[in-house]
Structures are given as C-alpha cells and as structure tokens.
Design a protein around this ligand. Structure first.
Ligand code: ZN
Length: 254
C-alpha cells in the first residue's frame, strides 16, 4: 500500500510480549500492518512534526474523545477507558468524553486494519483506531492502547530519535523493501527528548525485528542487554512518564 507522505498514520507493535526471534516470520503485528507511517502513526502534515511545537499539545491538558459504540462492547470500551486512566494516574492529562458540540476530539474506532493514531492535537476530529481483539491481546493489550494514546498526545517512536545511532544500528539490509521510511531519524529541532536519555525500554520503542524482510533484526541495540526490553508493551517506562509530564508541564506533585 502506498501512502502519500502528506497523509500518513503512525503505528506501533506488540510482539515484544513475546515471540522468540526464531519463530516463523510473518508480519502479524497489528501495529505494523496498519500501513501507515511507521506502521501506526497518522501524520497529517509533515511540515509540522513535532513535540516541540506547543500548538500540537492538547489545550488545558484535556483530551476529548468519542468511543464509537458500533465497534466496541462494554468490556472493550472499559479497557480503552482503563488505558486512559493509566495515563491520568501518572500525569496531569485528563480524558473527557466529547459533548455534541465539541469541535475537536479523538474519534475512537475499531476498524480491522490495525492499531494507529494521529500524532498530537490537530484542532479537529482526529483518528485513533484499535482493531477489536480479545482483551489483553493484539491492539487490546493495555500497553498498546497506551502507546497509541501517547501518539495522540504528541509522541513519536523512540528509535527515530535524533541521537538513536549512538544506541542502535539500523540494519538496512534486513528491512523489507519499501519500508525504509519507517526508520528515518527525526530532526532534533522539531522532536524533543525532554532531557531524557535514549530508552530501549520505552513503550514507544519498536521491537528488534520491525519490518524485517527475513526475520533478522532491523534495529540492533549496541548494548546487548537491551534486546530483552526493546519493543515491550507492558507499560510506560519511567522516562516515558517523565517526558509526558514535561511536555504537558504537569506539576511535580500530582
Ligand atoms: Zn506507534
């Protein structure tokens, strides 16, 4: 699928939870199969990429949302709400159901083409999709719900950080042809690290075999011990939480 660069979604993946590298290789990770920018991010305007831009942050730290009942039963709806609650518990971000006349909000859908989200606040109705899986699997891992919400809040993927080459080697020889764009670095002038070190254990880091053509690693950590945590989707790391609080200028004592 060819996606115009001006209309890309950004997505993530999941596998960290598990499969050994030796298992049969296939791209069944719903964060990666969405076909958007880096799999799961919807990038609507690449001129405006970033975390540093305060205009991309949700006003008053409030994220308005609508959960589309056509897709989700009560247990799935509650799981999405639980993901929001996890973010609320560690930051000053608040999620609020959009009223009828709310002009901008996240429209949460459950289409079957994976898990992906727009990045940052767009001042209009914006995208957040998680395919309906059984609870705690696929897009419905809480860690994936949170990962996508972090895109919604304005975060990109860890391995695209400007300084990533000091921490990982991108093995271009193993990248599936046509997916190279998912491994580009962000300009440090537009995407901020908020004074946090590179974090292999970020919930926004890809797994080592993301977009691999042959099952071999595409992202090779320069520290061997990082392999065990890269791509984890169990939850936010300490630095994920710190960045969120810094971006939204949350009070130190919540
Ligand atoms: Zn993602």
């Amino acid at each position: 699928m060819i996606v115009p660069y001006t209309s890309i979604l950004l997505s993530v993946f999941i596998s960290s939870l598990a499969a050994p590298l030796s298992t049969k290789f296939s791209e069944d990770d719903p964060e990666l199969t969405a076909g958007y920018f880096e799999g799961d991010m919807v990038i609507d305007d690449t001129d405006r990429n970033g975390l540093k831009q305060e205009t991309r942050r949700w006003p008053n730290n409030i994220v308005y949302y609508k959960i589309n009942d056509n897709f989700f039963d009560e247990s799935h709806r509650n799981h999405i709400l639980r993901g929001m609650q996890i973010l609320e518990e560690v930051s000053c971000i608040r999620f609020q159901e959009a009223s009828e006349d709310q002009q901008y909000y996240v429209n949460i859908t459950g289409l079957s083409n994976g898990c992906y989200s727009s990045v940052g606040w767009l001042n209009r109705v914006q995208t957040y999709n998680i395919r309906v899986y059984p609870l705690d699997s696929g897009c419905f891992h809480l860690g994936v719900i949170v990962h996508e919400l972090l895109h919604t809040l304005g975060f990109y993927h860890m391995q695209n950080a400007a300084n990533r080459d000091d921490y990982v080697r991108i093995a271009t020889e193993n990248i599936r042809p046509g997916k190279e764009m998912f491994f580009k670095k962000y300009d440090e002038n537009s995407v901020d690290d908020f004074d946090e070190e590179y974090d292999y254990g970020s919930v926004l880091h890809y797994k080592a075999t993301a977009f691999s053509v042959n099952g071999n690693m595409t992202i090779i950590p320069l520290k061997q011990e990082a392999l065990g945590i890269m791509g984890q989707r169990r939850g936010m790391s300490k630095s994920d939480i710190n960045k969120l609080n810094t971006m939204y200028r949350c009070p130190i004592n919540l």
